[in-house]
Design a protein around this ligand. Structure first.
Ligand code: F6R
Length: 604
């Protein structure tokens, strides 16, 4: 969703803001803009389309200044256009505002402002904010912003630039992310950490309703009544290099390659011999009291929840259910104080997941967040947080966050099982984990197979994925990866379900990706494979190396090693991610920034 960057300090604000916006491109956007204060006046430039359009447009425009705000917009109210792009500014061009989120009561506010004589030039909800600030201005911008936010309903991260006070940016947030990077002789605000990393790794996370004034040498944070707040500066252990492509053609491919080393790092951080190093997080909690587990997330993280459900059922012998966050937040979940509710979110900013967490907490559940981003909103809402240690994930299509989330869930299911006296064969299970890094390595030997697969898929309209048991959960993730970056319509089915309707879609040459790793189910999966083959499907199988029948019945077979049935996702995920990535590359698409998608979904 929208990205905000603001800068005040010793460097050229235009350069820092544009570089920061580039780092936020992964969030998804359709236009971009910047405002600086130059020679006592506001200069605002905006362009629809890629950030590059704005950068090219600015080449001949002098915008050098030590203070500026910028924005990448993901359209909600009003089509993507130059006019609707942010920053929006007051009629006298003294105040500029950038906004991430949705102002839900913008219409009544707009009508009131029109009656007062304000003219609107855009269709956005954001323009209401800037005119509201202007109409309520009481000679003190900080106090004015504090009054304005009391009137706003909905979600917002706002950065405000005022010509009359050009040394500072005022920012505030509710339900949309905003961090402040603390530098030396410069400070930066941004929607996400990668935008700051070139300048600092010291960050302050704003909480809902807090308001900050950001100057070159000073940052102050206030609560909504404008009492000063003692804020904590956190050091992020992400580096600028991690947020670069490092020689890879795109971030997604780089992140796929990183998975093996991330798993290694996670295992050495979270396991000390047979001990779980995160045990102290649960020291005050009696894990035996929980009778049910809820797993709640969106998209890829929801697919992690499905794998995790299986882990809790099989290893911890606990009742677990998985729910999509946007549904969970509006339904009766029969929560009580014996419910452990786990919320999985790479960004830690997904609005639906955070809202679902708040609901579960209100209803008495203990809440556990699984996230990748230190200090993200979800970590401040949850009772306990377990981090995935995957480093910044820039590609919109999640890869390394997925595998690291699955691993955290597996480790937690072992820990829980041990605490409640259900853990069997612990040493064997821990030994198996040590082999996962090998499985996640990208092997070049399959390159010819991948190019054949891509040849088949690049012109396909539809592709189907099937699997049984845990392989079905893996198929769902494979199908989502391919769909979101190649724009091929994909669907995943439990292998036994196809013949109850969907098999009607199979035509001569329809690609079907069959996932098979479960010894107890493979014969049945192969029967389903043959049913599809008999109807003309082109079969691409990803299965255990030793499954000869699967190999012989498929058009293309990718044989994988499996360390244990329950951990089979680690064997099949890399081929599925590569199929998606290579297909998108072959089609000449923007692998990292697929159309219409946003990395961090901060609206409902
Ligand atoms: C797909 C993908 C999305 C996210 C989903 C949740 O590749 O990345 O489906 O998994 O938007 O995002 P987080 O994990 O940040 O809550």
């Amino acid at each position: 969703m929208c990205g905000i960057v603001g800068y005040v300090g010793k460097n050229n604000a235009k350069t820092v803001v544009l570089e920061g916006l580039e780092k936020l491109e992964y969030r998804g956007y359709d236009s971009a803009g910047i405002a600086v204060v130059k020679d006592g006046a506001l200069k605002v430039e905006k362009r629809c389309g890629k950030l590059q359009n704005l950068i090219e447009h600015l080449q001949t425009i002098d915008m050098s200044s030590d203070v500026g705000i910028g924005h990448t917009r993901w359209a909600t109210h009003g089509e993507p256009s130059d006019i609707n792009s942010h920053p929006h500014f007051s009629m006298d061009k003294k105040i500029a505002v950038v906004h991430n989120g949705i102002i839900e009561n913008y219409l009544p506010l707009k009508n009131e402002l029109i009656e007062k004589g304000y003219r609107f030039i855009s269709e956005t909800d954001t323009e209401v904010v800037v005119h509201l600030i202007d109409s309520m201005y009481n000679g003190d911008m900080l106090k004015t912003v504090a009054e304005v936010v009391k009137v706003l309903k909905g979600s917002y991260a706002l950065a405000i630039l005022d010509v009359n006070n050009p040394e500072e940016i005022i920012c505030t947030r509710k339900d949309s992310p905003l961090v402040i990077g603390i530098g030396e002789g410069e400070n930066i605000i941004a929607s996400d950490i990668p935008a700051l990393l070139k300048y600092t790794n010291k960050v302050v996370y704003l909480n809902d309703f807090e308001i900050a004034t950001v100057r070159k040498n000073k940052v102050e944070v206030f609560d909504k009544e404008l009492n000063a707040i003692q804020f904590e500066v956190k050091v992020v252990d992400w580096s600028y290099d991690q947020a670069t492509k490092n020689g890879f053609p795109n971030y997604m491919l780089k992140e796929i390659h990183e998975q093996s080393s991330i798993v290694q790092k996670m295992l050495s951080s979270y396991l000390n011999g047979g001990d779980f190093t995160f045990a102290n997080l649960f020291s005050t909690i009696d894990l035996k009291r929980y009778t049910k587990i809820h797993l709640v997330a969106c998209g890829t993280a929801y697919h992690v929840g499905l794998q995790a459900k299986y882990f809790f059922n099989e290893i911890s012998k606990m009742d677990a259910k998985v729910e999509i966050a946007s549904e969970y937040r509006y339904q009766n979940n029969f929560i009580d104080d014996r419910t452990l509710a786990i919320f999985i979110s790479q960004s830690g900013e997904t609005l639906d997941t955070i809202s679902a967490l708040k609901k579960a907490k209100e209803e008495g559940a203990t809440t556990l967040a699984i996230t990748n981003v230190v200090g993200s909103t979800i970590t401040r809402e949850a009772d306990i947080t377990l981090y995935t240690l995957a480093g910044p994930e820039i590609a919109v299509a999640s890869t390394k966050a997925y595998t690291s989330q699955v691993l955290v869930m597996y480790l937690f299911s072992l820990f829980l099982a041990e605490k409640i006296g259900k853990l069997e064969r612990k040493e064997e299970k821990i030994a198996e984990l040590k082999r996962l890094c090998e499985l996640l390595k990208v092997e070049n030997e399959d390159e010819i197979k991948f190019s054949e697969i891509v040849k088949k898929l690049e012109n396909a309209k539809d592709a189907f994925f099937i699997g049984r048991g845990i392989d079905y959960y893996s198929s769902l993730e494979g199908a989502l990866k391919l769909k979101e970056i190649s724009y091929i319509h994909t669907e995943a089915f439990p292998a036994g379900e196809l013949k109850h309707g969907s098999i009607a879609l199979i035509e001569e040459g329809t690609p079907v990706i069959v996932v098979g790793t479960q010894d107890n189910l493979i014969e049945k999966t192969i029967s389903n494979l043959k049913e599809l083959k008999a109807r003309g499907a082109y079969i691409i199988s990803i299965g255990k190396k030793e499954y000869e029948d699967m190999k012989n019945s498929s058009d293309i077979f990718i044989g994988v090693d499996v360390v244990s049935q329950i951990l089979s996702i680690f064997s099949v995920i890399v081929p599925m991610q590569l199929i998606a990535c290579y297909t998108s590359m072959k089609k000449g698409l923007d692998v990292d920034k697929p159309r219409n998608l946003a990395k961090s979904v901060t609206v409902e």
